[in-house]
Design a protein around this ligand. Structure first.
Ligand code: LMR
Length: 392
């Protein structure tokens, strides 16, 4: 019965992280998995989150089940964070981080649109296709990244979306596109939303980095514009990165469905959750709720988020300058044009392998570099390694 199991090639991101952890070389640098590290190379505990913990949030007491959809105060706080004020018609449920939100959304949609395909940007986060294929979707791609320019392929995306059947699901990254770091401008978002509206398509936004590109509200602009236009959409949010709560698995799924009966919509989402993992974990959500709900903590957290964004910008600028000096005549402008944690380097498989084996520099096999793993102590080593493999 179990003698013909297929081999699992391991996940290109999580698998690499395990290899990195097992590497004994002291000079190794992790630019693989999307984890924000501070200037000291540590995963930070945000002060706003620490203060909530010290005030007793999540203190050990009886551990009871949360409601299937999560607590009301958490859901209200997240609704405002993602959709802004006056968004009462959006149904939000707590999920097991962003991956859980994508999975719950996929299972829910499969019930509503059993024959729909999902169209994803080319490229996209490696796990997107697996989640939706696992939920029974046909997975297709639309052009996103233009290799020639290193920018967004608006014409390619628009002409692909124009050919889709009404009711097709379209996966979108509102900010800090993973893995390229290339985001549409507001004018380009308008063009995308125009087609989506005209063709009756269903956007499914994945927001894992709200605040890492330009700011909390700025980075939610495409989502809010979609809602403003009255377009139905789903939004998966992850708080792993922006609250530095990777291990707590905190997230949410928001559904904007103007024509739906809200109680039934919530009921269908609860059904998808109940038969998947029953109800969400408590601690991380309690911390996020406490930080978002107190005006002082919320302001403190936003300042911390601004600082993380600022550090990533500085690292990009410094990498751009150092690589320009090491490899004169090459254009590294993409490093400063892209947003968020990730930069799409265009490195070949052989270069990526050489970075890892010779220099202990870990980069995802797609060529994605997590700039949030760079700091003043390791950037010179990484630049020398990159210069070496690029000129070799
Ligand atoms: C990433 O893209 O590196 C992160 O979202 C971590 C993950 O789960 O892949």
């Amino acid at each position: 019965m179990f003698d013909q199991l297929p081999a699992y090639a391991d996940d290109p991101i999580l698998g690499l992280f395990e290899v990195y952890k097992a590497d004994p070389r002291p000079f190794k640098v992790n630019l693989g998995i999307g984890i924000y590290c501070d200037e000291a190379g540590q995963v930070p505990v945000l002060e706003s989150v620490r203060a909530a913990r010290e005030a007793g949030v999540g203190a050990r007491g009886p551990s009871v089940y949360l409601p299937t959809e999560g607590g009301e105060a958490y859901r209200d706080a997240v609704r405002e964070l993602v959709f802004g004020k006056n968004a009462d018609d959006i149904v939000v449920v707590q999920t097991v981080a962003g991956t859980g939100a994508l999975k719950v959304g996929a299972d829910f949609l499969k019930g509503v649109l059993p024959d729909a395909a999902i169209w994803m940007p080319d490229p996209t986060w490696a796990n997107h296709a697996a989640i939706f294929a696992g939920a029974g979707f046909r997975v297709e791609n639309y052009p996103y990244y233009a290799k020639e320019t290193g920018g967004f392929d608006l014409d390619g995306a628009v002409s692909a979306l124009q050919k889709l059947q009404a009711g097709s699901v379209v996966l979108l990254h509102p900010c800090c596109h993973n893995p390229t770091g290339v985001d549409p401008t507001q004018a380009e978002w308008h063009a995308l939303l125009d087609v989506i509206e005209q063709r009756g398509l269903l956007p499914f936004f994945d927001v894992a980095y709200q605040g890492f590109a330009h700011g909390v509200d700025e980075d939610a602009w495409a989502v809010r514009e979609c809602v403003r236009r009255g377009i139905a959409c789903l939004v998966a949010s992850s708080f792993s990165k922006i609250f530095s709560l990777y291990g707590e698995r905190v997230g949410a799924l928001g559904v904007h469905a103007p024509k739906a009966d809200k109680a039934r919509l919530l009921g269908q989402l609860k059904l998808a959750i109940r038969r998947s993992y029953s109800c969400p974990p408590a601690l991380g959500a309690a911390l996020v709720e406490a930080v978002l709900s107190s005006p002082a903590s919320n302001a403190q957290w936003r300042a911390e988020l601004d600082a993380m964004r600022g550090r990533m910008r500085e690292v990009r600028t410094s990498l751009h300058r150092k690589l320009g000096e090491a490899l004169p005549g090459r254009d590294f402008g993409f490093l400063v044009a892209q947003n968020g944690m990730f930069s799409y380097s265009g490195l070949s498989a052989a270069q990526i392998e050489a970075l890892r084996s010779r220099f202990g520099v870990y980069v995802v096999s797609s060529g994605r570099i997590c700039v949030a793993g760079l700091n003043a102590s390791n950037i010179s080593h990484v630049c020398e390694a990159l210069a070496e493999v690029c000129s070799g």
